[in-house]
Design a protein around this ligand. Structure first.
Ligand SMILES: NC(=O)c1ccc[n+]([C@@H]2O[C@H](COP(=O)([O-])OP(=O)(O)OC[C@H]3O[C@@H](n4cnc5c(N)ncnc54)[C@H](OP(=O)(O)O)[C@@H]3O)[C@@H](O)[C@H]2O)c1
Length: 318
């Protein structure tokens, strides 16, 4: 696996990481299997996929437990382990809500370390900015985890450049995680140019468009029952049908390389910057291998331009 670093001066990582969320949260409740997910996590390390992303809210809590168990013994030290804080279980219809209070963050790091079975994480991320708490206060609590040796570095998720700058005034920002893919390009205008300039790692989440760009879903009925994606605007019947034109275009380019659409989608994301480290999510061994191999796929300038020119999708992100 080709490597880069988790931002300037950060630890070395394979350029393709692994998102663990779907192993216990949000997607495909009936298709989950901890034993297979454990195999995926350990095989990832053998393939050079060393950046692993989880969060306390995934499950909630079961994702960190699964990752922690999978990394027990010799695996932990081969991993650049990233988790997140700042979202808590919601009430009523809401899946999650924000909590960026310093006291919550101070408590949560210890709980995450216990579930992960480790004495430190390599990256501790603020999952969302809490509008009721100044970012400087939440960020200050994450910085305390660095001082205490519980986190090597700290990162942000889904933030504006202004918010990154406010955090930087308190403590260095090692990474920014935001949705970036062929159908979600918002970070390309301001956030990604800023992170690249500052040597901050950028971790694209949902780089496969939550699986849609791989061509697996031709209709909402192809999504597993009780799958959270069924609630998202882009996966509703009419929007999904319209968005299949994007998949067709990606598949046509993939055919030129004898590659899969997933690999083309990831190669395009990887081409967006020096410190861009996508974290595609999978619980399936063959998809893991497919995604890892995307690091070797270099798109021609013509194919990149064709992908750059794809139209915006139908339907909002959430
Ligand atoms: N910071 C945030 O707010 C935030 C939000 C969302 C996600 N994330 C992080 O980003 C990670 C990735 O995002 P994501 O899981 O939402 O979306 P994604 O990586 O775009 O897509 C995941 C979906 O694609 C499928 N898939 C993966 N590789 C495939 C391949 N080669 N061929 C066919 N299908 C493939 C997976 O299937 P299987 O699972 O069935 O194998 C899963 O259904 C998450 O795991 C999480 O760590 C962060």
């Amino acid at each position: 696996m080709r490597t880069s670093t988790l931002g300037e001066g950060g630890p070395e990582v394979g350029v393709v990481g692994l998102g663990c969320m779907g192993m216990t949260f949000a997607y495909d409740p009936t298709g989950r299997d901890d034993a297979t997910s454990t195999t995926v996590i350990r095989t990832a390390l053998d393939l050079g996929v060393t950046l692993l992303d989880t969060a306390d809210i995934y499950g909630p809590y079961s994702n960190e437990e699964l990752v922690g168990a999978a990394l027990a013994g010799p695996y932990r030290e081969r991993t650049v382990l990233a988790t997140k804080v700042g979202l808590v279980p919601g009430e009523g219809d809401e899946l999650v809500r924000r909590n960026g209070r310093p006291e919550h963050i101070r408590r949560s790091i210890d709980d995450s370390l216990r579930r992960l079975g480790t004495d430190h994480v390599d990256l501790y991320q603020l999952h969302r900015v809490d509008p009721e708490v100044p970012i400087e206060e939440s960020w200050g609590a994450l910085a305390e985890a660095v001082t205490a040796g519980k986190a090597r570095r700290i990162g942000l998720s889904e933030v504006t450049v202004e918010e990154i700058k406010r955090a930087q005034s308190v403590h260095p920002v090692a990474s920014v995680q935001s949705e970036l893919s062929l159908w979600t390009r918002d970070p390309l205008t301001e956030v990604l140019p800023y992170t690249e300039e500052q040597g901050i790692a950028f971790l694209p989440f949902s780089p496969l468009g939550r699986g849609f760009l791989t061509g697996r879903f031709g209709s909402p009925d192809d999504l597993p029952a009780d799958d959270w994606r069924r609630t998202l605007p882009r996966f509703q019947q009419d929007a999904l049908k319209a968005n299949l034109a994007l998949v067709d275009a990606v598949a046509a380019i993939a055919a030129r390389y004898g590659a899969t659409p997933a690999q083309v989608a990831l190669a395009w994301v990887l081409a967006q910057g020096r410190y861009v480290l996508p974290i595609p999510g999978t619980k399936t061994p063959r998809y893991l291998a497919d995604n890892a191999a995307s690091a070797d796929l270099v798109l021609t300038a013509e194919d990149r331009a064709e992908l750059d020119a794809l139209p915006a999708p139908t339907g909002g992100r959430y």
